[in-house]
Design a binder for this molecule. Structure first.
Ligand SMILES: Cc1cc2nc3c(=O)[nH]c(=O)nc-3n(C[C@H](O)[C@H](O)[C@H](O)COP(=O)(O)OP(=O)(O)OC[C@H]3O[C@@H](n4cnc5c(N)ncnc54)[C@H](O)[C@@H]3O)c2cc1C
Length: 468
């Protein structure tokens, strides 16, 4: 065979797997659909915060695992989440060995390991020469030094089998067809957020109403190829994303930052009828997921008051929050001296907005958040009254960054079949996999750490298998 391993996708998961495989003496090839030397992918666009469930990667396996459980409601695969927690420290060491540079970017645990140089605290997409881009460049250079190959402009289309065994990948290249033969294939194509049909089927009835808050390169090809070989999917319903200003559809400075999550958690998030529809206390990833389920996902509005705008809105930690950057980037913050006037500006019924705000203020005053409809929590995100004029609002939408669920894998990153047994020779890593994120609170644990750890594990198992 041509290679020991064919990797589909040259993001962090694919490049980590290929480098680890080459370190262990294997001959990997990475097939990457992007043509450019600095082809777009979510890994390159990332903020660069390397954490697991917002814990420091060196916090210890027990602490990290407990955080993953809290964030996902435990509705994940325990073996997989234990693996991530166990391997957190080692993956960080491995990344440093590949040339990754880290800085501590702020006071919180999840800011301890930020890929350097960090992105600036400015609105818009800033990736060139930033930490994640530099890491991908280092991994690409390392792979070449280790005699591995990265082929750009190659789109994997089908995983080949011969005599019932994995035999490689058939792909499109230069307008023609090509075959890459190997006894092992790793799917690392980044999820299905870029595929409107799949998003409509699994995530939102109005896929077009979600903003593509990422490279949009995950088209679900890997999931389709894995399914064709009998792979089991671990649900497909949740995604990692944030609340963005609705004007982002016409203003590229409004993504991927600033996000509106913190303002929404302090105030209220209302639908096109002026009513709350989800628990703002859980956080922005959850709110984005609940927004996606609405009939009118582009009809949402974040409502808060002047005091929140001056405090929460001005809290310029990583990433930039709205006060310092949203309006500068062209975003509109509606303001009015009365709630009635604000409702008219938003275009929601005034009585509904008044009732929503009154109920919110009662709950904040009495601390009886469970009495709200729907109930809200207040343990992680603090609700603030909406009482100080001018009252303010930002018309918002949900941005989808990557799908959290997909191909089910075991602790060696082997793809599992419908009966739960691994499909020999078939592996998956990174955002196309399911089992470690999601759950009722749409728990997000960190896409970069998941990509590195699952990629490394796949390579190590392939090497072990080859050694017999
Ligand atoms: C704006 C933004 C900020 C983020 N911030 C953070 C952060 O701070 N911390 C964090 O942990 N995570 C963050 N993430 C998420 C993180 O970047 C991803 O979860 C992670 O990088 C996914 O890696 P991956 O290798 O699985 O997928 P990707 O990086 O998306 O790579 C998949 C690759 O596969 C290629 N591909 C797709 N289909 C095919 C095919 N058929 N044939 C060949 N190639 C194919 C694509 O072109 C792409 O290059 C962020 C993401 C974005 C967009």
């Amino acid at each position: 065979m041509d290679y020991d391993l064919v990797v589909i996708g040259g993001g962090l998961a694919g490049l980590s797997a290929a480098n680890r495989a080459a370190e262990l003496g294997l001959r990997p090839v990475v097939l990457e659909r992007g043509q450019d030397e600095l082809y777009p992918c979510n890994s390159r666009f990332a903020g660069g915060l390397v954490h697991l469930a917002f814990k420091d990667m060196t916090a210890g396996a027990d602490e990290i695992h407990a955080a993953i459980e809290r964030s996902t409601g435990g509705l994940t695969e325990p073996a997989l989440t234990h693996l991530l927690a166990d391997e957190a420290d080692r993956s960080l060491t491995w990344l440093r060995g590949q040339g990754a540079r880290f800085i501590k970017a702020g006071p919180y645990e999840w800011m301890r390991w930020v890929l350097a140089p960090p992105r600036p605290r400015t609105p818009g997409l800033e990736w060139k020469g930033r930490g994640p881009d530099m890491l991908l460049r280092a991994l690409t250079a390392n792979l070449a030094k280790r005699q591995g190959r990265l082929l750009r402009g190659v789109a994997a289309g089908e995983i080949l089998r011969r005599d019932g065994r994995i035999a490689g990948v058939a792909a499109g290249q230069d307008g023609g067809a090509a075959r890459f033969e190997a006894p092992a294939v790793l799917i690392a194509d980044g999820g299905f957020q870029g595929n409107a049909e799949l998003v409509a089927r699994h995530i939102s009835p109005k896929a077009d109403a979600l903003f593509q808050r990422g490279a949009g390169t995950g088209m679900g090809d890997g999931i389709r190829m894995a399914e064709a070989l009998g792979a089991r999917l671990y649900g497909m319903d949740r995604f990692y994303g944030h609340l963005l200003g609705r004007e982002v559809f016409g203003n590229e400075k409004l993504w991927p930052y600033p996000i509106l999550d913190h303002l929404a958690s302090a105030g209220v998030l209302v639908d096109a009828a002026g009513r709350r529809f989800c628990d703002e206390g859980i956080g922005g990833v959850y709110m984005a997921n609940e927004t996606a389920k609405l009939d009118d996902p582009r009809g949402i509005t974040v409502v808060f008051d002047e005091a929140t705008w001056a405090t929460t809105g001005a809290d310029n930690r990583f990433p930039p929050t709205p006060n310092d950057s949203f309006t500068r980037a062209g975003g509109t913050v509606l303001a009015a001296d009365t709630l009635d006037a604000l409702a008219a500006k938003i275009g929601v019924p005034a009585d509904a907005l008044a009732e929503t705000v009154a109920a919110h203020n009662d709950a904040v005053g009495s601390e009886r958040y469970a009495a709200l409809t729907p109930p809200r929590t207040n343990a992680r995100k603090t609700a603030k009254p909406i009482a100080a004029a001018p009252f303010r609002a930002v018309q918002a939408c949900a941005g989808i960054t990557y799908t959290m669920r997909g191909i089910e894998i075991d602790t060696h990153a082997r793809v599992l079949a419908e009966d739960g047994a691994p499909i020999p020779g078939l592996y998956a890593a990174g955002s196309c996999t399911g089992g470690a994120e999601g759950g009722p609170r749409a728990g997000y644990i960190g896409g970069l750490s998941k990509a590195v750890i699952t990629g490394m594990r796949a390579a190590e198992h392939i090497a072990e298998t080859r050694r017999g």
